[in-house]
Design a binder for this molecule. Structure first.
Ligand SMILES: [Zn+2]
Ligand SMILES: [Zn+2]
Length: 242
């Protein structure tokens, strides 16, 4: 006979196993669909939406069903309309756009984004008078539509990860110099401020941090984030004058 605590332990193990399978499924689905070199990026996209269960379900549904049979990576998800926890989504893949309906209960693939929305029931539910009003709203680039992406909701520095209003980690290439307003880890102000030609030791680095704090460092603002990828640019100060 099982003792009570053993029973509880088995229950927890089962819960954990279930969670494990769920996670594995999405990752496996992605692995089947995307090119090997895109796999990490595809996972990162889902991770950006991991706080939003409906969005995660739409991505899962996309990878499980591949509506048009095209094996493409899902890149983004934008909100066209929202009502009482139900969403009308634009899903962007490498080369295509799709329309999805999603709620806590279900995910429904509507069709190709460019073909518009002809389902009157869905149109009216989301308050679109007719197909024309919907087409007007979705005529521009889907990048103009609101995102549920974590980065958009709570932006942080793409390189050092600090939140809005915080000081960057010293050496972050996104930090602006308070003297010249250039890139702090690349400009020559630190040599001017310290009166040296080279940063030769830790002590100079500490002194620089002091004068920097006295001047007042420029904290992270969302608009400082570069819109181009910064991968490969390692944080760090240039130790020698250019
Ligand atoms: Zn930073
Ligand atoms: Zn400077």
């Amino acid at each position: 006979m099982l003792k009570q605590h053993t029973g509880k332990g088995i229950y927890q193990t089962m819960q954990k196993a279930k969670l494990g399978i769920d996670e594995l499924e999405t990752e496996l689905l992605i692995r089947y669909v995307v090119k090997e070199e895109e796999y990490e990026e595809a996972l990162a996209v889902i991770d950006r939406f991991s706080h939003h269960p409906v969005a995660v379900n739409v991505f899962r549904n996309y990878y499980a069903e591949l509506p048009e049979g095209r094996e493409e990576m899902a890149c983004d998800l934008r909100v066209i309309a929202e009502k009482q926890g139900a969403f009308l989504f634009a899903l962007k893949t490498t080369a295509h756009r799709y329309l999805y309906f999603g709620s806590d209960e279900m995910v429904h693939y509507i069709g190709d984004y460019r073909q518009g929305l002809n389902d009157e029931e869905i149109l009216h539910y989301f308050g679109f008078k007719d197909v024309a009003t919907f087409t007007k709203k979705t005529a521009g680039s889907i990048d103009q539509l609101p995102s549920l992406d974590k980065q958009t909701l709570a932006p942080s520095c793409v390189v050092c990860g600090v939140a809005v209003g915080e000081v960057h980690i010293l050496g972050c290439p996104v930090e602006q110099c308070p003297w010249c307003e250039g890139q702090l880890n690349r400009c020559n102000c630190r040599f001017d401020q310290l009166g040296v030609e080279e940063m030769t030791d830790e002590e100079l680095l500490e002194r620089f941090e002091e004068v920097l704090d006295q001047k007042g460092r420029i904290v992270f603002k969302p608009e400082q984030n570069p819109s181009y990828p910064t991968t490969g640019e390692d944080p760090g100060l240039d130790m020698k004058r250019d």
